[in-house]
Design a protein around this ligand. Structure first.
Ligand code: ADP
Ligand code: MG
Length: 298
């Protein structure tokens, strides 16, 4: 994944307003929470190409309100349109019909207020950890002193202190993914879009990253839309889980996890402890049975 950053990452991190318009931690806390997303009757049809002339309806009539600061997780069978939904929220893809709104305004293109973490790490192999993390800030004209301040803040939080001048090839997969996450967090986006960000990690690294993500998210609580294949990951992380049908993706069920966990969300405890809870296991079984009906073995 070396070609990807030039296209999608630069697009995803491109400046929407002036650097001074960026929400800081202080303004996010002081004002109304930002980052509410509304999908209104959104559909996406991809035209056919080559010999396959039939078009593909990737997403059909998708309506959903994502509340500011919410941690929303989307699960569903492969090909049901999850990445397409994220791409529309990122402003990287225009829906063929319907609208996607961020805090009431139509999303017209990518910007640093909507950061994306992809499954492939898409780091620049020729840039160091610090250079990778500050890439979006450089692109957005943020002055060097402010860049250094923000990078210094997120290095220890993401477990990268001491690795500032390493290159991606010198890091484990887990650490590379931390760089990708830090690169998004330094932008302080009101909307953090994560597309199976931990899918390529081994089980131990994945658990650590899930717990770390919860920690950094609780700090300033951006709205998160997180896509995963893993039912367990969905149940552990989500405030609400959206279960999709197979293509064209529609909403099959929305499960409010907070109604089960109450005021003390179980993600505040380590995953292995939570996994032993019977209510966690019941919910995991329920979500899995909803998905299983829609899986087609191709
Ligand atoms: N750029 C594209 N052109 C044509 N078809 C696409 C494109 N992107 C996605 N699709 C198709 O749309 C459907 C949904 O894709 P995607 O959103 O990637 O699903 P998911 O992330 O849930 O696996 C799939 O059938 C996929 O092949
Ligand atoms: Mg996908």
């Amino acid at each position: 994944m070396i070609a990807a950053p030039n296209l999608t990452l630069a697009g995803a991190l491109r400046l929407a307003g002036s650097p001074n318009d960026e929400p800081t931690v202080a303004t996010v806390v002081a004002n109304e929470p930002l980052g509410g997303v509304r999908f209104d009757k959104v559909s996406m049809r991809f035209p056919g190409s080559g010999r396959a002339q039939t078009s593909t309806v990737a997403v059909g009539d998708f309506t959903l309100e994502v509340v500011a600061s919410e941690f929303l997780v989307i699960v569903g069978p492969s090909g049901c349109g999850k990445s397409t939904i994220l791409s529309m929220a990122a402003g990287l893809t225009e829906p063929t019909s319907g609208t996607v709104l961020l805090d009431g305004s139509r999303i017209r293109g990518p910007g640093p207020d909507k950061a994306v973490v992809f499954q492939g790490f898409s780091l620049f192999p020729w840039k160091t950890v610090v250079e990778n993390i500050e890439f979006g800030l450089v692109l957005n004209g943020v002055p060097a002193a402010e860049r250094a301040r923000r990078v210094d803040y997120y290095l220890p939080i993401t477990g990268l202190k001491g690795f500032e001048h390493h290159y991606p090839r010198q890091l484990s997969g887990g650490m590379q993914q931390r760089v990708a996450i830090a690169r998004s967090l330094v932008l302080r986006p009101r909307l953090l879009l994560m597309d199976e960000p931990f899918a390529a990690l081994d089980a131990q690294n994945r658990t650590v990253m899930q717990e770390e993500l919860v920690r950094v998210w609780s700090e300033y609580r951006p709205t998160v839309i997180f896509v995963t294949h893993s039912v367990e990951e969905a149940v552990f992380l989500a405030d609400r889980i959206v279960v999709m049908t197979r293509r064209p993706g529609r909403i099959k069920r929305v499960i409010d996890v907070r109604a089960i966990t109450g005021s003390e969300h179980w993600r505040e405890a380590p995953l292995d402890q939570v996994q032993r809870r019977s209510d966690f296991q019941d919910l995991r079984a329920e979500v899995w049975s909803l998905i299983r009906d829609d899986i087609v073995v191709e």
